[in-house]
Design a protein. Structure first.
Length: 278
């Protein structure tokens, strides 16, 4: 069955949120809505995320993927980080707020019998855990997710240099584009460290949580996935053998289906979300 995709632009508190909605095929029972949050240096159209969206829609789950307001991917070309200034000004608080806005819209426009699920990948997983605490969600799925933001920041001389220059450079491995974080990124975290504490949020979640992680993930250790599942009141952990941070996918992704590790991850996700209570 062909999937109809529609685009949307929402003017949020922090700026424009551009996204896509993968509709459930006509005539199929709609189980609910999934909101997907991309990771660090990622974007909604990265790799196989669009294919994954189609596949969830074919299983009765409307799929919403969007770009965070300050991920640098803006119209007219959403595939490139053309707004480096916005990327520079991004913070965890902005991403948390962006996702909370999308989840609010998603939950308010759902039918009473439809479930709302949030899925986050990598850094987006940490943001998803935080946003879920203040949102109406029936389930939380964290793919190769970080369990702590504090340990992502530099320390010592590197932190001092960042403070003095207001510039922390990082390289986009896909495009080799040199991007930079303003020191306000660190300041925002320190000022809002309690609200941005992933462990605290996960321990307070009432919705069930599934952490899925590749056992060969070199970007984020699978120990972090185990931590997340262990903290949750209703937590589950699944390890995918012999796969890394993106479950066998890459960008660009030209195949019309997912590689086996991603299909295995998706199978576990479907089993989980199809059985969460409303």
């Amino acid at each position: 069955m062909s999937i109809i995709r529609t685009t949307f632009t929402h003017l949020g508190l922090n700026g424009h949120l551009n996204g896509d909605i993968h509709a459930v095929p006509q005539g199929m029972v709609k189980r609910g809505r999934i909101v997907f949050a991309h990771g660090y240096k990622g974007f909604k159209d990265w790799g196989a995320w669009p294919i994954m969206g189609d596949m969830f829609a074919q299983e009765g789950w409307e799929f919403v993927r969007f770009n965070f307001s300050h991920n640098g991917h803006v119209l007219p070309d959403l595939n490139e980080c053309s707004d480096a200034l916005a990327w520079r000004k991004n913070t965890y608080s902005k991403e948390k707020s962006d996702l909370e806005e999308i989840l609010l819209i998603a939950s308010e426009s759902c039918e009473p019998n439809e479930k709302v699920i949030v899925i986050g990948h990598s850094r987006g997983g940490g943001v998803a855990a935080l946003a879920a605490l203040n949102s109406h969600v029936d389930g939380v799925v964290l793919l190769a997710s970080v369990s702590d933001f504090a340990r992502r920041f530099p320390v010592g001389a590197k932190l001092d240099a960042w403070r003095n220059t207001d510039r922390l450079e990082v390289v986009n491995g896909r495009t080799q584009q040199v991007l930079s974080h303003s020191f306000s990124f660190f300041e925002d975290f320190t000022m809002n460290s309690e609200a941005l504490n992933i462990e605290t949020a996960v321990r307070s979640l009432k919705a069930p949580l599934l952490a899925v992680h590749g056992d060969s993930d070199k970007a984020v250790s699978d120990d972090e996935g185990r931590e997340l599942a262990g903290w949750a009141e209703h937590g589950h952990f699944v390890s995918i053998n012999d796969t890394g941070h993106t479950f066998g996918t890459s960008h660009p992704w030209t195949d019309k289906t997912l590689p086996f590790p991603a299909l295995e991850a998706m199978s576990h996700i479907l089993s989980f979300i199809n059985n969460v209570s409303h």
